[in-house]
Write a protein that binds this ligand. Structure first.
Ligand code: PRT
Ligand code: ZN
Length: 287
């Protein structure tokens, strides 16, 4: 029975850990992730979860110790490994950016020629500079990259940025985006037979959860003469459901709308005559 579980590697403790666990839980996969645990077997799905340092995950997957995993795209791009990206997961968003001290008079990327740049991403940075025909002196350091200019180790840095607070507190200004990144589900492409069936089933659940988080369920009441205008604002999965209310001349309209634009749509619906508008989170959405 040992080999019949699909193995997924997720970050043990760090920025992607909680969101990775939450995603599996939203897929209704039940497992114990007690402190210090290195592996856990789900009790209601043939999945084994390995908790690892994010840097080790691509190698473990290439070696077949795990079949799939969750890492940042930045990590994959840096290592240029033989790994398939199965799905973008919408969390862990950040960008790899070049930043310089405030005193640096930066105009174009050519200003970095011959300068020392500290980074933990020498591969991505090297390719980026090369594609811009710039030759710089790349210093690879593994952590606290943002302090390098302040201690005289570098003229610029290339590091991950999300809120920008770290750059700001270290007196650095972002000047170029090298790459955008988010968490992705990856695989080694070696899943066959039963493992592939389990992976397909997990992917089906993950995609349903992702679709659900990108959408909202909306219900509203409207006088029948306003229905045409309201329906035009609500594309829905096919088209909105319209049902008569007990009060004659009124209908209840149900639909699904994109989360990003739901406030915008709600305002237009209200202006078009909708009343009693309810916007509800969707748990899973199967298209
Ligand atoms: O222990 P382990 O090796 O597993 O973890 P780690 O310390 O190497 O990684 P971790 O947890 O810091 O990051 C894991 C992944 O999260 C990264 O590979 C990215 O894909 C993603 N991610 C998203 C980030 C950030 N946002 C981020 N802001 N990773 C790092 N940062 C750091 C950045 O390096 C800088 O020090 O946060 C600081 C900047 O943040 P702001 O908000 O101040 O801009
Ligand atoms: Zn790491």
């Amino acid at each position: 029975m040992r080999d019949t579980n699909l193995k997924i590697a997720i970050q043990k403790s760090g920025r992607l850990s909680q969101a990775s666990i939450d995603l599996l839980r939203k897929c209704d996969i039940g497992f114990d992730n007690g402190l210090g645990k290195l592996r856990s077997v789900a009790h209601n799905f043939p999945l084994e979860i390995l908790f690892l340092r994010d840097d080790d995950i691509p190698q473990y997957i290439e070696d077949g110790v795990a079949d799939i995993g969750i890492v940042g795209e930045n990590l994959l791009a840096e290592n240029e490994s033989n790994i398939n990206e199965l799905e973008k997961l919408g969390f862990g968003r950040c960008r790899l950016a070049l930043a310089v001290p405030k005193s640096f008079e930066y105009r174009t990327i050519q200003d970095l020629a011959g300068r020392r740049i500290a980074t933990s991403y020498p591969g991505i940075l090297g390719r980026f500079l090369e594609s811009n025909s710039v030759t710089s002196d790349i210093h690879t350091i593994s952590g606290s990259v943002e302090i390098a200019p302040g201690i005289g180790l570098a003229d610029a840095i290339c590091d991950l940025v999300s809120s920008g607070n770290t750059l700001f507190t270290n007196g650095l200004t972002e000047v170029e985006t090298v790459m955008e990144s988010e968490a992705v589900l990856i695989s080694n492409g070696n899943t066959e037979g039963r493992l592939q069936i389990i992976l397909d089933s997990l992917l089906f659940r993950i995609r349903s959860v992702l679709a659900a988080t990108q959408n909202k369920y909306i219900l509203l009441n409207a006088p029948n003469e306003k229905l045409d205008a309201i329906e035009r604002l609500l594309p829905g999965m096919k088209s909105p459901t319209v049902m008569p209310l007990a009060t004659s001349g009124w209908s209840s309209v149900h639909s699904v709308i994109n989360d990003d634009e739901h406030w915008n749509v709600v305002e237009k619906l209200k202006a078009a005559g909708a009343e009693g508008i309810l916007v509800i989170a969707i748990e899973q959405m199967i298209r």
